[in-house]
Design a protein around this ligand. Structure first.
Ligand code: NDP
Length: 676
């Protein structure tokens, strides 16, 4: 097999390895697979290219433009997964392991593409949170907004997920409008590079928005500026070393780290061997030990179970592990492949030995285990290893030493508090799972262990087959954890995009804030037109366009009619004496829903036109009661517009209902779908 030459992609060109070149080996056969080396790269030119070419190009696109590109990219990669699976075998992974990496990475792109279109505006500026009233009369208001950082995102990835690791960092950065320089871990870089080549070949991404370093980062980090961001996944040692880089400290460079984690799982006190939770627990623990040969940052390292069930758990896990076929990942009978490299194998065996000083190995002898169609002397194989720690309170290493392979330790607990205290001994983890059917156990777990964990995963008979698993970080939810886990946070939906943006508090008059954000703000200038706003297409309608309606008196007959018609005969509308006894009402009052219905009757223009549908309303408030004899009128103002597709967009309207004295009695934001 000819060696793959791992080129870097710098300033728009592929650059062959030069200078010090390393050979990368198959995790399965030990054969040389690829050559890697980045000494020939001009890191200064790469940084400049990202900032000047990539950053400008990305910032010229709106969030929706970027989201559309991500979707096209996800679709493009989705059609080209097979060659990536094929290349993954030599990293030691089975097909199902590779799917976690490749399909998982592409799915993350799809989710960000969808969230970008749904949750972000078709703009380059993001308005965050509600308008803040900073003055009594409303002439001085505040708003938080976010804009793209002007620098480059350096993505340093781990070896275990060459595709997912690259795409889960790229998607939020791209959506934020920040160019990325991607540095995959060397030991599996041929898979990352094959995927990256597809990204370049797709021609979908703007020039300069992505670059790729195959090999060390040279002096790249010496060039970091205050607008750059480093996102790292790997070992705590490397993270600490990078964090100490003076440029990072001097320039307050954002540094996101996702590093070691002694993730725990807890079998709940209610999950005895005869419950469905017990079986679900065993299935999950077995999967977490063996998937990716335990090389998942979220894999279960500590199995915390009631003292009374410890032996039953150990016996049942051993029975499952005995049936796990280890060997050539290409072979269909194989359930667990190899570690990523001989270096990882040495590291895992060393760490397992340390754990073995405080816990007894009850399964898996690295010197003696069966292999399916593979040679233990050539490949980086280890068996799953299960340890039993009899004294988890007195032991340190089982809570602090991460053997990054199929290695896990069972420990017993007395009661739930004890179990949670043991879980917290990891001193900061990415995830802990709790198998329980009791919401009280879940609440206690969140209160006692939430501060030490980035994610808590509850599984039971109700979550059934739909639950995604202890070990799966999802793009919708944050991935990261405190302390030992790095103190970072990735993904979490649009939160992950904000890591690549600067939040700025803007303060000023309503006109200034509306002008900056492109959203109508109460108190800002409005405009009226001869045509009713419902007669204007999405593109014709301007923010601030307002309709003031005629007024309508509300009678006691209206209230009684509405009550009888809808069945809402609540006493406040129907019983004068009872209504008067209520501290909020002067007597019988109009239904809030009657006001909304009358408001629509006042502002709607009924003939067919560009308004296609009413898709909801937000923030409904009833501020003052409306009594029989009062009149209401409505002010309808176009507040914000968000295109949805080629045919229509969403219009957000501010609706204000006033009484005859000009006092606001109700308010809400109405959403309509309008033809473009
Ligand atoms: P490393 O920390 O050595 O490497 C992680 C990334 O950092 C790689 O891309 C690596 O590149 C890069 N890197 C290393 N040194 C530097 C440097 N001086 N400047 C810039 N980049 C650098 O971790 P490994 O991938 O080797 O894994 C080692 C251990 O880390 C595992 O055994 C496991 O314990 C832990 N780990 C934890 C993960 C988690 O998510 N919690 C994930 C993966 C690993 P290169 O490969 O070229 O050296």
């Amino acid at each position: 097999m000819s060696l793959i030459t791992l080129d870097s992609f710098a300033a728009g060109k592929w650059v062959a390895p030069a200078g010090t070149i390393s050979e990368l080996k198959s995790a399965v056969t030990g054969e040389a697979i690829a050559r890697i080396g980045s000494s020939g790269l001009d890191f200064s030119a790469m940084s400049d290219h990202a900032r000047n070419v990539g950053g400008s190009a990305l910032r010229a696109l709106t969030f929706h433009d970027r989201a559309r590109i991500l979707k096209a990219l996800a679709t493009y990669l989705n059609e080209r997964r097979e060659p990536l699976y094929e290349l993954s075998y030599d990293t030691g992974t089975t097909k199902s392991d590779a799917m976690i990496d490749i399909d998982g990475g592409i799915a993350t792109l799809f989710v960000y593409a969808s969230k970008g279109r749904r949750e972000l505006p078709d703009d380059v500026l993001l308005t965050e949170g509600a308008l803040e009233q900073l003055s009594r009369s409303g002439s001085f208001v505040g708003q938080h907004v976010a804009t793209s950082l002007r620098g480059v995102a350096i993505h340093i990835n781990a070896f275990n997920f060459p595709v997912w690791g690259m795409l889960e960092k790229l998607a939020p950065a791209f959506l934020a409008g920040v160019p990325a320089i991607i540095k995959p871990a060397s030991s599996t870089a041929w898979v990352a590079q094959a995927c990256f080549r597809m990204i370049v070949e797709s021609g979908l991404l703007p020039q300069g928005s992505v670059q790729f370093i195959a090999g060390p980062t040279g002096d790249l980090l010496e060039r970091l500026t205050a607008q750059d961001i480093v996102s790292f996944t790997g070992s705590a040692t490397t993270a600490a070393m990078l964090r100490a880089n003076p440029r990072i400290a001097e320039n307050s460079v954002r540094f996101i780290a996702e590093q070691d984690s002694l993730n725990a799982t807890i079998l709940g006190p209610d999950a005895a061997p005869d419950t469905p939770e017990f079986d679900i627990f065993l299935r999950e623990v077995h999967r977490e030990i063996t998937a990716k040969a335990g090389q998942k940052c979220t894999a279960i390292r500590r199995i915390i179970v009631p003292d009374a069930h410890k032996q039953a758990v150990i016996d049942a896990l051993i029975a499952r592990l005995e049936k796990t076929t280890i060997g050539d990942p290409r072979n269909e009978a194989t359930r667990m492949g190899a570690l990523a490299s001989q270096a990882q194998r040495r590291d895992v065996l060393e760490k397992a030995e340390i754990i073995g000083r405080q816990a007894r190995r009850v399964f898996g002898d690295p010197q003696n285990f069966a292999l399916n169609n593979a040679d233990a002397t050539l490949g980086a194989f280890v068996p799953p290893m299960l340890f039993d720690c009899a004294e988890p309170d007195g032991a340190d290493d089982v809570h602090s030493v991460e053997a990054f392979g199929p290695v896990s330790t069972v420990m017993g607990y007395r009661d739930l508090d004890h179990a949670l205290a043991l879980a917290n001994r990891g001193e900061g983890s990415l995830v802990a799972s709790i198998f329980t059917h009791d919401p009280k156990v879940a609440r206690q777990a969140v209160l006692e262990a939430g501060a030490w964990h980035g994610r808590l995963y509850f599984a039971n008979r109700d979550t059934g087959k739909e639950a995604t698993g202890h070990g799966s970080p999802l793009p919708h939810m944050i991935h990261g954890g405190p302390g030992r886990a790095g103190g970072g946070e990735e993904m979490g939906g649009i939160r992950g995009v904000l890591h690549y943006m600067q939040r700025t508090a803007i303060q000023g008059s309503p006109d200034i804030i509306a002008g900056v954000t492109g959203r109508y703000v109460a108190g800002a200038k409005t405009s009226t037109e001869a045509r009713h706003p419902f007669r204007l297409s999405f593109s014709e309608l301007e923010i601030g366009h307002t309709l003031k309606t005629a007024s309508r008196q509300i009678t006691l007959e209206d209230i009684a009619h509405f009550a009888n018609f809808t069945g809402d005969t609540f006493y406040a509308h129907m019983d004068e004496e009872a209504a008067r006894a209520n501290p909020f009402f002067p007597g019988r009052v109009a239904h809030g829903y009657l006001l909304i219905a009358f408001a629509a009757g006042l502002f709607v223009d009924p003939a067919p036109g560009p308004v296609l549908a009413n898709s909801g309303l937000d923030g409904l408030r009833f501020m003052k009661p409306v009594s029989p004899g009062d009149s209401i009128c409505v002010e309808l103002t176009a507040m914000a517009k968000t295109p949805r597709n080629e045919d229509y967009g969403e219009v957000r309207w501010q609706v204000r209902i006033d009484n005859q004295d000009g006092e606001q009695v109700a308010g809400y934001e109405l959403l309509t779908m309008n033809a473009l």
